[in-house]
Design a protein around this ligand. Structure first.
Ligand SMILES: [Zn+2]
Length: 350
C-alpha cells in the first residue's frame, strides 16, 4: 500500500515538473518586446493604430520620443498603454538635463577637458568631478519622478556622441568607462525615489567598445545599439560592413561579447534599427521606404537567433517615421506585424 502511495506521489511530481517545463517552453524567449516611436507616429490612431498592432502581435513595451512630455494628450496616451498592459518608458539622451550647460560659468571643473586642456560644455562632463556627480544624482532623482516609467527601467542616456574628458584623472578611462561612472551615479540618484530602478548603459557610437576598468553597479544593464551596422545583412555575416564605416559585423559581435563579460547577459537589452525609417530617411521627411523585403526580413530573423545565442532576452527597436503619412505613401506596414510576431514566437533551437 505504501509502495502504491509513493508511486502515485512520484507520478504526480513528474506530471507537475513536465507541465512547468512545457509552460516555460510556451513562454516567449524574449521577455521585453519593445518599440521606440515618435509622438508623430502614434498621434493618428484612426489611420495607424500602433497600440492595436502592439497588442495584436504581443509587443509589451513602448517608448515615445520627440514629444511634449507635459501635454495632456501625451499623459492620456501613456495611461492608455498602461491600461492595455503595455509598459511605458522614456529612452532619451538626458545629459543636458542632468548636467545643465550653463553651470560651466561657475563650475568649469564639472565639464570635460578637451585635448588642449580647455573645459567645454559641448558633450558629457568630467566624470572624476565628485561635485558634478552630486548634481547629477539630484537631477536624476527629479527626472525619475517627472518621467516615471511603468516598469522601473530608466534610459537617461548620456550625450549623443561628442568628445570625452581628457583631464589628468580621466585620461585612462575610455568613453564607456566615463559613461559608466555617470550611470552608476545616475542610478544611485534614481534609487532614492525608486528603489527598484534599473538603468541602461547605452553601448552606442563611442561607447560601443566595452568599459576597460569601471564596473557597473548592480542594476546597470547593457543596452546594445549597433548603429553603424547594415540591415540588409545579418550580424552573423561577420564580413558585412557599411561602405562608410569602420566596424564590420564581426567587429560588432566581438564588441558585444566583450560587453557581455562586463554586463550580465540576462539583463542585457538590444536597441535595434530594423524598422527605423527615420534612419533610412536621414532623419528628414518625407520618409523613404524602409525597404522591408525577403532579404531584410531574413537578416532580422537571423539576428534574433544571434542575440538569443548570447542569452539576450530583451529587445526593442526604433520604428520612427512609421506613421499615418508613411502608410498612405507606401500602403504597407507589414514590417510591424512581422517584427512583433517574430519576437513573440521566437524559441531558441535546442
Ligand atoms: Zn575629467
Amino acid at each position: 500500500m505504501k509502495k502504491l502511495t509513493l508511486i502515485i506521489f512520484l507520478a504526480a511530481l513528474l506530471g507537475l515538473s513536465l507541465s512547468s517545463c512545457k509552460q516555460a517552453q510556451d513562454e516567449p524567449w524574449f521577455k521585453l518586446r519593445g518599440i521606440v516611436v515618435a509622438w508623430d507616429d502614434i498621434k493618428n490612431p484612426d489611420q495607424l493604430d500602433w497600440l492595436a498592432k502592439m497588442k495584436e502581435t504581443g509587443m509589451n513595451t513602448i517608448s515615445v520620443c520627440g514629444f511634449d512630455y507635459l501635454s495632456d494628450e501625451y499623459a492620456q496616451f501613456k495611461q492608455k498603454c498602461i491600461d492595455n498592459g503595455i509598459d511605458f518608458e522614456y529612452e532619451e539622451h538626458a545629459m543636458t538635463w542632468l548636467l545643465p550647460r550653463d553651470l560651466i560659468h561657475e563650475h568649469p571643473e564639472y565639464f570635460r577637458m578637451d585635448e588642449n586642456g580647455v573645459r567645454r560644455n559641448d558633450a558629457n562632463g568630467c566624470p572624476s568631478c565628485e561635485e558634478a556627480l552630486e548634481v547629477i544624482r539630484k537631477n536624476a532623482a527629479e527626472f525619475a519622478v517627472k518621467y516615471a516609467p511603468s516598469n522601473h527601467r530608466y534610459y537617461t542616456w548620456l550625450f549623443d556622441g561628442g568628445g570625452i574628458c581628457h583631464c589628468e584623472k580621466c585620461k585612462n578611462y575610455n568613453a564607456s568607462d566615463q559613461g559608466l561612472i555617470y550611470e552608476n551615479a545616475i542610478l544611485e540618484g534614481i534609487r532614492t525615489v525608486d528603489p527598484e530602478a534599473v538603468l541602461a548603459h547605452l553601448a552606442y557610437e563611442s561607447t560601443t567598445p566595452a568599459p576597460s576598468c569601471i564596473k557597473p553597479s548592480e542594476g546597470v544593464f547593457l543596452e546594445w545599439a549597433p548603429f553603424y551596422r547594415r540591415w540588409d545583412e545579418p550580424l552573423s555575416n561577420r564580413a558585412a560592413i557599411r561602405p562608410d564605416q569602420k566596424w564590420s559585423h564581426g567587429d560588432y559581435l566581438d564588441m558585444l561579447e566583450d560587453n557581455l563579460k562586463v554586463f550580465p547577459a540576462e539583463t542585457a537589452q538590444v536597441l535595434e534599427y530594423w524598422l527605423d525609417v527615420s534612419q533610412r530617411s536621414g532623419w528628414k521627411k518625407p520618409a523613404k521606404d524602409l525597404g522591408w523585403n525577403e532579404q531584410t526580413k531574413a537578416a532580422f530573423l537571423d539576428d534574433l537567433k544571434t542575440y538569443a545565442s548570447y542569452g539576450i532576452r530583451n529587445i526593442t527597436c526604433y520604428g520612427v517615421y512609421i506613421d499615418a503619412d508613411y502608410l498612405n505613401m507606401y500602403k504597407d506596414v507589414s514590417c510591424i506585424t512581422d517584427y512583433g510576431k517574430a519576437l513573440r514566437d521566437f524559441r531558441p533551437q535546442k
